[in-house]
Ligand binder design. Structure first.
Ligand SMILES: *Cc1c(COP(=O)(O)O)cnc(C)c1O
Length: 489
């Protein structure tokens, strides 16, 4: 069946069940420890789900980064890898795959997405051009731009910042905002680059439409702005373009990707997401931009034919990128996110709508309005979810922001707990379990309190920071849980 005629498989009963279009032939045992044990682990790990050891996690929904299930073809390709420092066949296969996929000419390999961001920020963010404009920032992107003395401005549509909506493309740029920001920053001559992030991560994996990409590209070309595309979450975004954008229903995925790429000057991606492997890279057809970045690859990453990746990673990435053109591959995360979202909604849990890619996003501001933003409601909810389910989510709210230069908190636009749904990893019953426990938590939400820092790193504090509960709400929450669920599981 060609992807031009994609139709979603539905149940005769009308029940919305996401159907796996693969079978599992290798599995990993996971463990569900009791709520009392989880409380002790959480206390030892500073209430930070990044610091939890996997052995104490039941469903690891922290991220989709580097944890998507790989295909048998990817594993097979890893055995064929040609290992050499310079000029390996593996690199040429990857380069050719990327050229075919995006239609771009040049490819610079890097060890992961943020390494590409380091190269981009080092090449373009200067004292004369300090400003980057984006639909919405991503944590590592922003950190690299700030590190170079730059600033990040956001031109996301108003809808993008509302957690409840039925607009299909909440990641879209607002063109008027873009123009106002460019003028406010001192004109196009002051802008390092404009950036479009596919599958806009921090607002809930929300897609950008092809129509909007065309408009932003036309604006940038007219005003002489370099346009950079973060394709890390392109797979989900591609599925939404294909299924939500009328004119794309009859177009092939290859055609759509090629058109997207033709609108951009530079494309980069995290291979931990795009291609379900590891690594990353930067692509462009513009020789001048290629030359501007090229020499930083051997400096920071490794020689031009591996860029910090192992040859096995490169082989897996090449196959994974080709598999992105299979609609039944890229549909899996969006369909499972939707199923989890609907389960949660049915239990009254506030979630970000419409459902996006990447994961299901629980809205902590509405779940626990009693916890002020200065007490990190999303982080508090994230810790409470772990206590009652063993599910590891990720805070995406004020804790993930950096403090203002004067030391005050930079309050986030949204307080979200992301429950990532890595591709092909979890079954439907596991998602129902997560929804069941979070439903229990919602009924007992009055018991949840805030968190305070015990140890706060200066940069990207959410990765390694340690926090403690304000008061003894976690102990009381676990007591109530054990009353209702005497097994403690
Ligand atoms: C994960 C991610 C990155 C960074 O990639 P890493 O491989 O984790 O360094 C950049 N942009 C977006 C949108 C991402 O989701």
């Amino acid at each position: 069946m060609s992807d031009n005629s994609y139709t979603r498989v539905t149940f005769f009963s009308g029940e919305n069940v996401p159907l796996e279009m693969h079978k599992a032939r290798m599995v990993q045992r996971i463990h569900l420890i009791s709520a009392q044990e989880r409380l002790s682990v959480l206390t030892q790990t500073g209430n930070n789900t990044f610091l939890l050891p996997n052995r104490d996690v039941f469903l690891d929904m922290l991220t989709d980064s580097g944890v998507n299930a790989m295909s048998e073809v990817q594993y097979a390709a890893m055995l064929m890898a040609d290992d050499s420092y310079a000029g390996s066949e593996t690199f040429y296969r990857l380069e050719k795959t990327i050229q075919d996929f995006f239609g771009t000419q040049f490819f610079l390999p890097a060890h992961q997405g943020r390494a590409c961001e380091n190269i981009l920020a080092s090449s373009y963010v200067t004292a004369e051009t300090p400003t980057v404009i984006t639909n919405y920032h991503f944590t590592t992107t922003k950190a690299h731009i700030l590190l170079r003395g730059g600033q990040v401005l956001e031109a996301i549509s108003d809808a993008g910042l509302s957690t409840q909506s039925d607009l299909p493309f909440k990641g879209d740029y607002d063109l008027d905002k873009l123009d106002a920001l460019v003028r406010g920053a001192g004109g196009p001559g002051k802008i390092a680059f404009a950036r479009i992030e596919a599958g806009t991560n921090l607002i809930g994996g929300q897609p950008v439409s092809l129509g909007n990409m065309r408009e932003v590209s036309a604006y940038c070309r007219k005003n002489g702005l370099l346009l950079v595309f973060d394709a890390s979450l392109l797979a989900d975004n591609l599925y939404f373009i294909k299924t939500r954008e009328e004119e794309c229903r009859r177009r092939s995925l290859t055609e759509i990707v090629r058109e997207i790429a033709s609108l951009m000057d530079v494309i980069y991606f995290s291979g931990r997401k795009l291609g379900c492997a590891r690594g990353g890279g930067i692509c462009t057809s513009n020789r001048k931009e290629y030359m501007r970045m090229r020499d930083l690859v051997p400096l920071y990453e490794g020689f031009l034919t591996y860029g910090g990746m192992s040859v096995r990673e490169m082989e897996a990435m090449a196959v994974g990128i080709r598999e992105t053109l299979d609609i039944h591959n890229i549909s899996q995360t969006p369909l499972f996110v939707e199923a989890l979202g609907q389960e949660l909604q049915a239990k009254g849990v506030p979630v970000v709508t419409p459902f996006g890619g990447l994961g299901c996003h629980v809205d902590a501001s509405r779940f626990i309005p009693q916890v002020p933003q200065e007490q990190y409601p999303a982080a508090a909810l994230c810790s409470a979810i772990y206590l009652v389910s063993g599910v590891r989510g990720m805070e995406r709210g004020t804790l993930s922001e950096s403090r203002n230069p004067d030391g005050s908190e930079h309050l986030s636009n949204m307080e979200l707990v992301r429950l990532a749904v890595p591709k092909r990893v979890f079954t439907h019953s596991q998602l129902k379990f997560a929804a069941d426990r979070i439903g229990w938590l919602h009924e007992n939400r009055d018991l949840i309190g805030g968190l305070a820092f015990e140890d706060e790193p200066r940069t990207l504090r959410f990765f390694l920071g340690r926090l403690k509960p304000i008061g003894d709400w976690q102990r009381r929450l676990v007591e109530k849980f054990v009353q209702d669920m005497p097994s403690g599981l």
